[in-house]
Design a protein around this ligand. Structure first.
Ligand SMILES: [Zn+2]
Ligand SMILES: [Zn+2]
Length: 628
């Protein structure tokens, strides 16, 4: 039966007449119920819980369109109802969702005690508030994304309706096989991508790019051998370019279907994709897609919270779990074919303490196959204790200042940058470090986005953001850009935090070229350096490199101090991966190893299979395995 009809019947059966339901609509995996009497739902809060339970879907209660008041009138009334201290930044209306978007510094005050204020808004204006938190410092990108989604809200509504038709289409009986095809990121780090398919459904998970790889930077999308409109969905584990860098390319190639991820992943991946285009253009290279494709992608993003079960195809359901790697990063649980198979893709995980995030999720309802990363899965890849790492970092910074040198810390603008900022900020606050700290590149924008989603941060940091004392917007951090780079380096005692993290492009490379010759300067690596990247070659002892200076190529001698501080990585080292496997509940029956250099991945798979007596293999790109 048609899903719309089926849902309507369930709604009719479970909600009493006083709720005055006028319409029921599907919006992607969610249900929107329109009522002429929203009050009935406030008086009996069980209604929503009950109907959501019956439908097994997220339910949105909306007021019937006839109750929506004039926008101008509603806007003024909202300003009256919400206390000034809420710090409302923007109010705008999305009629296709009967919603008013209210962006405020303190969303709690727009909601009110027990939801009183937002209920009043609904009763008096008809509009349902969708309350967003403003970042504690301006973020052009975030503002742009939110406006873009608003501008296209009626198109989004149509997209969601089309999506739900596909999710809930009728399936012929099938023989229930499940297959995984490795398209990128196997026996390597970079361009993560895989296809999960059944006789009826095809889902891509991650579509990354390998920025350190000149020969084969893209996943093997051509091996899909199917028109992109046959894809049911794309799922994105997290925003890093090696997982999400090429999602807009799919849209350039004609894909027009849903992209499932968390809200922070949506915003951060757009930020990194815009930056990726920018870096390539500045280097005179042709980007694989344009800003228009990123914006098209944004319209198709369906955001989910951690642990929210979501139907994405007639025979597939996903749940995103906290992966503790970067803001909004997730491990993806695929529930395939009415319980026929349960696959968990851990993606990039941190199984250890971090200042930024809550502990990684280890509990799953069911689990047969686990795909696990092995970035630091090698037997020697042991990360030092976090406290020792912090001490080592601070010691190098002080020694460099003592020599009147400057320090460059290349970072991924999302993840390591914020972790390092937290460490430095704390040492400053305690008076244990001085000097000037400059943030360059996308890091400032990325940090601002962190402050818009404090619920994804560990309690301590969350509290500071909520009290408007965000460590990321501390006065300590000064903004650097192409205009003041030379001046900063003349000043001495500067600590520069800049992307890219592996010196593959962007401001960190420019600082490096200006700083390398001076032996008093330091370069500190705090994150993973991919095979072939400049960062990796420097770690291996590179002492000179050709650079282009005013159109001429010359040899740049590298005299600066080059250090690596292990312990800040957002990835788990071998011991942490093993502890993760030990803690997983339930235990998988089969393990597939990916996201590690060739020898590391192979060796880690062998180690795990001996240790846990579980079938473990390091697939290669283009391998396909039958999971069921
Ligand atoms: Zn990552
Ligand atoms: Zn990764």
């Amino acid at each position: 039966m048609d899903i719309q009809k089926e849902v309507k019947e369930i709604v009719k059966k479970n909600l009493p007449p006083e709720t005055q339901i006028t319409n029921v609509e599907m919006e992607g995996p969610e249900v929107a119920i329109y009522t002429r009497n929203p009050k009935a739902f406030f008086e009996n809060e069980n209604f929503v819980a009950k109907i959501a339970f019956e439908l097994k879907k997220r339910v949105n209660i909306r007021t019937d369109k006839s109750l929506l008041s004039d926008e101008h009138y509603a806007k003024n009334l909202i300003k009256e109802l919400v206390p000034e201290t809420a710090g409302i930044k923007e109010i705008y209306f999305n009629p296709s969702f009967s919603e008013v978007v209210i962006e405020a510094i303190k969303p709690g005050l727009v909601i009110g005690k027990g939801g009183e204020t937002s209920k009043e808004i609904i009763l008096k204006t008809g509009w349902t508030p969708n309350i967003l938190r403003s970042p504690t410092s301006e973020s052009e990108i975030l503002k742009g994304i939110r406006h873009h989604l608003h501008k296209y809200s009626s198109e989004r509504k149509k997209i969601l309706q089309e999506t739900s038709k596909k999710i809930y289409r009728e399936l012929p009986k099938n023989n229930g096989w499940v297959r995984l095809t490795a398209l990128g990121g196997f026996r390597e780090v970079g361009k993560s991508c895989m296809l999960i398919d059944t006789p009826e459904t095809k889902v891509l998970c991650d579509v990354g790019v390998d920025v350190a790889n000149q020969d084969q930077p893209y996943p093997y999308l051509e091996a899909l051998r199917l028109p992109l409109d046959r894809l049911d969905a794309v799922v994105v584990s997290h925003a890093h370019l090696d997982h999400a860098g090429l999602v807009p390319l799919l849209f350039k190639m004609g894909y027009r279907g849903p992209v499932y991820c968390t809200v922070p992943t949506r915003d951060l991946m757009a930020l990194l994709q815009f930056d990726y285009i920018d870096v390539l253009v500045k280097e005179g290279k042709e980007p694989p897609y344009t800003e228009r494709d990123v914006k098209e992608m944004l319209k198709y993003c369906i955001t989910r919270e951690y642990r929210e079960v979501t139907d994405i195809a007639p025979d597939m359901r996903i749940t995103l779990h906290n992966a503790a790697h970067i803001l909004g990063s997730s491990s993806v649980h695929f529930h395939i074919g009415q319980g026929a198979h349960n696959l968990v893709y851990s993606a990039d995980i941190k199984f250890a303490f971090t200042r930024l995030f809550n502990n990684v999720d280890i509990n799953y309802p069911r689990l047969e196959t686990l795909i696990i990363e092995s970035t630091y899965g090698g037997k020697d890849a042991v990360q030092q204790d976090r406290n020792l790492a912090e001490e080592q970092l601070i010691r190098i910074l002080k020694e460099t200042m003592h020599k009147e040198g400057n320090t460059l810390i290349p970072v991924f603008s999302v993840g390591r940058a914020q972790e390092i900022m937290l460490v430095i900020e704390e040492y400053y606050r305690k008076g244990m470090l001085d000097g000037k700290v400059y943030i360059d590149g996308m890091t400032r924008e990325a940090s601002a986005i962190h402050t818009a989603y404090p619920e994804y941060l560990r309690k301590g940091v969350q509290r500071r953001v909520l009290q408007n004392d965000s460590p990321f917007t501390s006065d300590l951090f000064q903004i650097a850009d192409y205009k003041n780079r030379d001046k900063i380096l003349e000043e001495k005692d500067a600590i520069i935090i800049a992307s890219s993290g592996m010196l593959t492009g962007g401001p960190s490379v420019q600082y490096f070229q200006k700083m390398a010759e001076n032996p008093n300067n330091s370069l500190i690596f705090v994150g993973y350096q991919g095979e072939g990247s400049l960062g990796n070659r420097l770690q291996k002892g590179l002492r000179k490199t050709p650079i282009t200076d005013n159109g001429k190529t010359r040899e740049l001698p590298i005299n600066m101090r080059v250090e690596t501080v292990e312990g800040f990585s957002g990835h788990s080292d071998r011991n942490q991966l093993v502890n993760y496997l030990r803690s997983l509940n339930p235990k998988p029956k089969r393990i597939i190893v990916n996201h590690g250099e060739k020898n590391t991945a192979i060796e880690f798979a062998r180690y795990v299979s001996n240790k846990f007596r579980i079938n473990a293999t390091a697939l290669r790109d283009l391998d396909a395995v039958r999971l069921k």
